[in-house]
Design a binder for this molecule. Structure first.
Ligand code: 2BA
Length: 107
């Protein structure tokens, strides 16, 4: 048995979580915070059989694809003057760790 720790954006986590659940994986969602950006993200914990790991990673990849979004941004030119312009940002993607489980007990 293995444990998947998958860190992803808060935006993608509901669809990843429901896709995994539909495929009969058991999922726990944790509200986490990235150390670098200090922004909220979500970590999913999935305990599953060794031969189901690849399918789980494919599902996570499918629902957390990296993509580009255009968001509004503002720049200040001098005191009291601001301009709004769109910037492209990359969102999505996931960081995945797969760990060997030594023991799994449900009481
Ligand atoms: P990613 O590498 O895609 O990482 C997204 C989030 O995944 C991270 O959020 C962190 O919560 C988690 N994560 C990634 N690698 C990890 C690891 N080896 N161990 C534990 N958790 C891990 P943040 O820490 O807020 O980082 C957000 C993004 O900022 C990163 O995206 C990366 O592009 C960049 N970044 C992170 N640390 C950096 C650094 N020291 N220097 C430059 N850029 C950094």
């Amino acid at each position: 048995m293995k444990l998947i720790l998958a860190i992803m954006s808060n935006e993608d986590s509901p669809s990843v979580s429901s896709a995994l659940t539909k495929e009969n994986y058991q999922v726990t969602r944790l509200a986490t915070t990235g150390g670098f950006l200090r922004a909220g993200n979500t970590t999913l914990i999935v305990g599953t059989a060794d031969d189901k790991i690849d399918q789980a990673i494919e599902t996570i990849a499918e629902f957390s694809r990296k993509r580009t979004e255009v968001v509004p941004s503002t720049a200040s030119y001098d005191i009291g003057r601001f301009a709004s312009f769109p910037v492209e940002v990359q969102v999505g993607g996931a960081t995945i760790f797969v760990i060997d489980v030594e023991q799994f007990v449900k009481l």
